[in-house]
Design a binder for this molecule. Structure first.
Ligand SMILES: Cc1cc2nc3c(=O)[nH]c(=O)nc-3n(C[C@H](O)[C@H](O)[C@H](O)COP(=O)(O)OP(=O)(O)OC[C@H]3O[C@@H](n4cnc5c(N)ncnc54)[C@H](O)[C@@H]3O)c2cc1C
Length: 390
């Protein structure tokens, strides 16, 4: 605090970074932002129509952005966990939620379990090329008859000599059409088991490209597995322990998703502040109406509270804790406020908010997913409630 002046004034303009971030994080933020705004943002509209090209992975691999927090021995940058938060936050400036999601599925959903539970060979085969952007990953948990209830999935893997034979189906799989390998959750005699299944294996069928409300730049697949034969070297982690492995994976996925939600909410807020300042009604800028001012104030409080929850939880996670309750809180709260903020911002835009050219309708459609994907609001509430022994 400046104390040389006898008059203390609020320093609303001061920009201090949160304590989890260092100068290096801020430099990284600047370079990711420059890349995103220069090389991704200009294509957002085109990619909304056609989905983004695989070359985005190659380019991000070249720049080292796909392995920011991954070990150097596999081609990563060896950064801390917060570097992946920086990436998730900055990808929002592509203004293309589907693109940000496709990249996050690759870096923060499918890759972590391979690094955490994979054999050395599996890491060499999949993580090294994935960090380089030469192979694309996806993650298959959800099935047509089992989403929230992961225990009840039906995709089955049965031993046959030294091999396993897999039958079943998965749905809503992000990157499912473009991926080279899937981290596949199956049921085996021993319980749930994860497999790394190459997507070009015989019997893997990419059935349908699913149409969605938002996230149009991502590809979302319905997949079938018909007598897919893989060797025992395709088992990821321990046979029968897949449920615990995937629950661990979901914690990282939820936290990264929560960081993306806060950044999306901030983006919507900033876009709308700019718009509202320029928009006149009844002879004055609409920001001069108290009701609009209070909408901004309400949104700012929500965004700041969500940000603090996400950062503090990320700090605990990065320091070796496994704070499932707080991760669930962060995921729930950030997803909810991101949609509330997007909705309020659309409202402040008036009719323009409903038009494509202002971008707010796309953001509104895209962030809606977060209350469903990676665990619904209701499931987050249940995890939090149960954590108190209820
Ligand atoms: C665009 C998109 C991309 C996705 N990407 C992937 C991906 O890459 N990989 C993947 O595996 N999955 C993916 N998903 C799937 C996503 O994680 C699931 O949709 C989500 O977990 C919910 O499952 P469900 O759709 O089967 O809903 P259901 O489980 O059928 O839930 C329906 C409703 O019932 C409620 N409900 C269910 N159980 C309870 C309960 N115990 N208590 C209270 N309420 C309950 C839910 O909250 C929800 O409101 C994606 C989904 C979408 C839409």
């Amino acid at each position: 605090m400046a104390t040389s002046s006898p008059v203390l004034k609020p320093d609303h303009g001061a920009r201090r970074r949160h304590f989890i971030f260092t100068d290096e994080h801020e430099q990284l933020r600047e370079s990711v932002r420059a890349f995103v705004t220069r090389e991704l943002r200009p294509h957002a509209e085109e990619w909304e129509e056609q989905t983004f090209p695989d070359s985005v992975f190659t380019r991000m691999g070249e720049l080292g952005f796909l392995g920011l927090d991954k070990p150097e021995e596999y081609g990563g940058q060896g950064g801390d966990y917060f570097t992946s938060l920086v990436l998730a936050e900055e990808m929002v400036h592509s203004e293309c939620g589907g693109l940000a999601m496709g990249v996050a599925v690759h870096t923060d959903m499918a890759m972590p379990p391979i690094l955490a539970f994979g054999s050395e060979q599996q890491k060499r085969d999949w993580v090294v090329p994935a960090i380089a952007g030469q192979k694309i990953l996806c993650l298959g948990i959800t099935e047509p008859d089992a989403g929230s209830d992961v225990q009840s999935i039906k995709t089955r893997a049965v031993r046959d000599g030294d091999d396993w034979v897999i039958n079943g189906s998965k749905t809503y799989i992000t990157n499912g059409h473009r991926a080279d390998v899937i981290v596949l959750v199956t049921k085996t005699e021993e319980g749930h088991t994860l497999f790394l299944v190459p997507m070009d294996a015989d019997g893997v069928i990419r059935e349908k490209r699913l149409e969605k409300l938002g996230m149009h730049a991502s590809d979302t697949a319905l997949l079938a597995f018909q007598d897919v034969r893989v060797g025992s070297d395709a088992v990821l982690g321990e046979v029968g322990k897949g449920f615990y492995h995937i629950m661990w994976e979901l914690q990282g996925e939820r936290l990264i998703g929560a960081a993306g939600c806060v950044a999306s909410a901030q983006k919507a807020f900033d876009m709308t502040l700019q718009y509202a300042g320029d928009r006149n009604a009844f002879g004055r800028p609409i920001t001069k109406f108290q009701v609009i001012r209070h909408k901004f104030a309400d949104m700012a409080v929500k965004i700041e509270a969500a940000r603090q929850l996400v950062y503090t939880t990320a700090w605990r996670f990065a320091n070796g804790e496994y704070p499932v309750r707080e991760i669930s809180m962060a995921k729930l709260y950030a997803s909810r406020i991101a949609f509330e903020v997007a909705d309020e911002c659309l409202q402040i835009h008036g009719g323009a908010g409903y038009m494509k050219e202002y971008g707010i309708e796309r953001l509104w459609r895209d962030v809606r997913l977060n209350r469903i994907g990676a665990g619904t609001d209701e499931i987050m509430l249940d995890v939090i409630g149960r954590s108190y022994g209820l």
